[in-house]
Design a protein around this ligand. Sequence first.
Ligand code: SF4
Length: 289
Amino acid sequence: MIKEITAKTLLASVKQPDTWFGLKYNLNLYRGCQHQCIYCDSRSECYQIENFADILVKANAIELLDNELRRKRVKGTIGTGSMNDPYMPVEATRNLTGRALEVIAAHGFPVHILTKGTLVLRDLPTLREIQRTFAAVSFTITTSSDELGKHLEPGAPKVSERFAALEKLSAAGILTGVTMMPILPFLEDNEQNIRGIVEKAAASGAKYILAAFGVTLRDRQRAYFYHQLDENFPGLKEKYQRAFGNCYYAPAQNAKQLETLFKELCATYNLSTRMPVYQPHTTTQPQLF
Ligand code: SF4
């Protein structure tokens, strides 16, 4: 179901310093996500989204954003993609993200986009404009395999298509990278997978890879994830239950060794393991956080 709603406010200030992307504001133009990744944390009870498959479109978002940016005194980075994917299929017709980027460009704010959507290519001209301040696009890629990706991220574009989109943005001069998280225990925590992602990211022109070797699991999110494990990988739910019980964090097997391998590979391919972030009041060159 896709339904329009009227939002009261749009930009949420980031309270703690954001060490991943250097965000100052979070922007969510939709509620719910069509990509339906089986591990998605946005299903957790604290976010109060009753049916994550229902897509709520913030119909007044563009007007609100324009008004809110007009009043902002601090030009911090606006991040989008934390609670839903700004380039999920509905965006192709609604163009909320595309129009929001135009407003952001007009106000001269920096932007970070987190996505699995190849539709981001549509907005390349606007991203080029925003880049005069700062623009970065991170593609979430947790497996190097299209086949596994189909089971884990059933509504998202194929992994190979994400790498292809990354390559196009990078070739056009946009700062791009990969968020390699989560890495799911027993499914993605192997050398071949980590090596595959790093090598493909490097070949596609990524400048950085941010990694987390494990997955967080809680309440509704865990229930959905376990249900999907039963559907797609019989017997794996029981393995998770034995290994992690009700723990919030389920680390990858051999997380330390995988992290060492990851860092070695990134050094070999000249990839940063941190994202260069926007720094106000400095030169136009993005700096490491
Ligand atoms: S794309 Fe992101 S927000 Fe959407 S379902 Fe997947 S993990 Fe959740």
